[in-house]
Design a protein around this ligand. Structure first.
Ligand SMILES: *Cc1c(COP(=O)(O)O)cnc(C)c1O
Length: 420
């Protein structure tokens, strides 16, 4: 098939060429004296992305789901009560894991398209005067519905109730794309992965733990082995890993952290908002369709879930986009299967790239009998982008010179890395 596949699933995301090249390395001895330099290059960069001074980042050879398990098993004991809200497939899966781990999950059922219910969380925490709730779970960005929740609001609910429960946040599809503040929000365990905002292949589970959360590992009784933070802490202290690290991905991570540093986290967050606003203009103003997110306060800047008219099967639109136009859109999951399609707009992305998603989705919808006006989506997105000033990451400059300088200052002392 000629031309590229246009990838707009909300993870895995597009990998920048620079990151791709950085991962083309020969294997090396992960017990060599040179290896710790790689670990020491990654950890401070991750702390910046989590916006933490006192948190400790961990890198597991796993997907993000592994870090859900690490967060839970290193802090809690069988039968412990945790508070969680279910409003999409990912918040559901974390609850499911907690249940399977033998925790007592107090589930707040919410309409899909909404997010963490702050008032209910506040009421439940206030009423729990005996502090039987040991952890509060919050899915920061529900990737299944395109909903972002207010994590600082969850922290406020905990503080107002003077409740000591740990705060666990799923930031898999928000870290490095949507504002995430580990320290300011008093997050205790933040879970992420490599294949979304960090622009890498899947394969790294990324976790950040507060001192309070780390302290819990001494009393936590849940069974753990592979994901035991003790083993990681001991090995990481000297720059090594308790088992074979995913070397290529770690070299890719060094490069993606360089890219994040160069563009600037605030600029990246602004870029994601600006791009998302263009997509939302296409969906609502152009096509006249609705987003799954019920209100503007829930709108996600990394993924938009587009509701389809009654009687239309979203799977057909997605299949048509893929088979005919080589555009990969995200499917509706579980409760919303068939009812929507998703456009992932996170990671390495700009306006014209995103136009491919809008144009491809529009053609596929027309082919499937949905009466949107041809050209209306790209027109509305274009109007938004043309009339709003672009974040600095989208403005052309002397990138060649810039990237050369960066490579000079960040060169690894370990084995040679192939870099752009
Ligand atoms: C992708 C995703 C996950 C799962 O991560 P895996 O890397 O697939 O294990 C969890 N939570 C959210 C919000 C996600 O978007």
């Amino acid at each position: 098939m000629a031309g590229r596949n246009f990838l707009f699933v909300p993870g895995p995301t597009n990998i920048p060429d620079r990151v791709m090249r950085a991962m083309m390395v020969s294997m090396e001895d992960h017990r060599s004296p040179a290896f710790p330099a790689l670990t020491r290059e990654i950890m401070p960069g991750l702390k910046k992305v989590f916006r933490t001074e006192h948190g400790t980042p961990f890198v597991f050879p796993s997907s993000g789901t592994g870090c859900w398990e690490a967060a839970v098993t290193n802090t809690l004991s069988p039968g412990d009560r945790v508070l969680a809200a279910r409003f999409g497939q990912f918040s559901h899966l974390w609850i499911d894991m907690c249940t399977r781990m033998g925790l007592d999950v107090q589930i707040v059922e919410c309409e899909w398209g909404t997010g963490v219910p702050l008032q209910q969380y506040a009421d439940i925490l206030k009423a729990d005067t005996e502090h039987s709730i040991k952890a509060v779970l919050a899915c920061h960005n529900e990737t299944a519905t395109g909903v972002t929740s207010d994590i600082s609001g969850v922290r406020e609910a905990l503080d107002e109730a003077k409740h000591p429960a740990l705060l666990f946040v799923d930031g898999v599809s928000s870290l490095g794309s949507i504002d995430f503040r580990f320290d300011d929000w008093g997050v205790d365990m933040a879970v992420s992965g490599s294949q979304k905002g960090l622009m890498l292949p899947a394969g790294l589970g990324i976790l950040c733990a507060s001192p309070k959360a780390l302290e819990m590992r001494h009393s936590a009784q849940l069974k753990r082995a592979y994901f035991d933070l003790n083993d990681m802490i001991n090995a990481n202290a000297t720059g090594y890993f308790p088992y074979t690290p995913a070397l290529s991905l770690m070299y890719g991570l060094v490069e993606s952290l360089h890219m994040i540093e160069e563009e600037g986290l605030d600029n990246i967050i602004a870029r994601h908002h600006y791009l998302a606003e263009g997509v939302r203009a296409a969906v609502t103003k152009g096509w006249g369709l609705k987003l799954c997110a019920k209100e503007a306060k829930w709108y996600s800047d990394t993924v938009s879930a587009v509701m389809l008219p009654e009687g239309i099967n979203g799977a057909e639109v997605i299949a048509r986009a893929f088979n005919r136009y080589n555009v990969s859109l995200g499917a509706g999951l579980s409760k919303v299967a068939g009812k929507l399609f998703r456009i992932g707009h996170l990671g390495d992305m700009n306006e014209v790239h995103l136009m491919a998603a809008i144009a491809g989705a529009e053609m596929a919808m027309l082919d499937c009998g949905i009466k949107v006006t041809p050209g209306s989506g790209t027109a509305a997105a274009g109007e938004y982008w043309r009339h709003h000033s672009a974040p600095s990451g989208l403005i052309a400059r002397d990138t060649h010179k810039h990237s050369k300088e960066t490579h000079g200052t960040h060169s690894l002392s370990g084995p040679a890395v192939v870099k752009g």
